[in-house]
Design a protein around this ligand. Structure first.
Ligand SMILES: [Zn+2]
Length: 221
């Protein structure tokens, strides 16, 4: 009972009992985040502790203020990054995987056609077919009563093939552009989160160095 009491503390912000390893003493927190905590909870001081959930929320608030000051308005991607900081959740995802799961049957087919048509195999196959067809008809001319009509049919088939290829290749290019955009968005989120986390880490480090060298504190002021 007594042991249990010792292993948890009351967080003054959310008023919840938290295990001691989820509690952070206020004097370990850098000034900028202390300001963010006090903005929402004016009664809180450095002498109080805070749970990591509330601390992450304050970190998120601090990052939001920073971003708003620098960018003016926040995009959806910025909000996703802030959410990830506030909830301490992992941000990285594989855009290729998300993209692959969202692709329809038609999209897969269009991409497959583009891959086939866009390789040397396709023109080689057509050229070989034409060479075979022409030589076959030249050599066995007596057996082919209407060679001109057959050539007209082949050219009509090839013409339709070319007309169909255009839209299919455009479809595939649109998918590629969407995948590129997903990748770029993912990169943006990861970079922004890394930048904000490194900035916070640097603030923590400065705070820590000041704390273990109180004599030199005047040098920083
Ligand atoms: Zn709390």
């Amino acid at each position: 009972m007594n042991n249990n009491h010792h292993s948890s503390l009351l967080c003054p912000i959310c008023r919840q009992e938290k295990p001691t390893d989820r509690m952070m003493p206020g004097d370990l927190i850098p000034d900028s985040v202390v300001a963010a905590i006090q903005q929402q909870n004016p009664g809180w001081t450095r002498h109080d502790a805070i749970c990591t959930t509330c601390l992450n929320q304050a970190k998120m608030q601090h990052a939001k203020t920073l971003l708003q000051a620098e960018k003016g308005h926040l995009s959806d991607l910025d909000r996703q990054v802030l959410h990830s900081i506030g909830t301490e959740s992992l941000l990285s995802e594989n855009p290729d995987l998300t993209f692959d799961q969202s692709r329809t049957w038609g999209a897969r087919l269009a991409d497959q056609v583009t891959v086939t048509v866009g390789s040397w195999y396709f023109p080689t196959a057509i050229l070989m077919f034409l060479a075979f067809w022409i030589s076959f008809n030249v050599l066995l001319q007596p057996y082919e009563p209407y060679p001109v009509i057959i050539l007209a049919v082949i050219s009509a088939v090839l013409g339709s093939l070319a007309a169909l290829q255009g839209p299919i290749i455009l479809m595939s290019q649109r998918h590629q552009a969407r995948l590129d955009r997903l990748r770029a968005e993912n990169d943006y989120r990861l970079n922004l989160k890394a930048e904000l986390e490194i900035r916070y880490l640097s603030e923590e480090m400065t705070h820590f160095l000041k704390r273990i060298n109180p004599d030199k504190q005047h040098l920083n002021q």
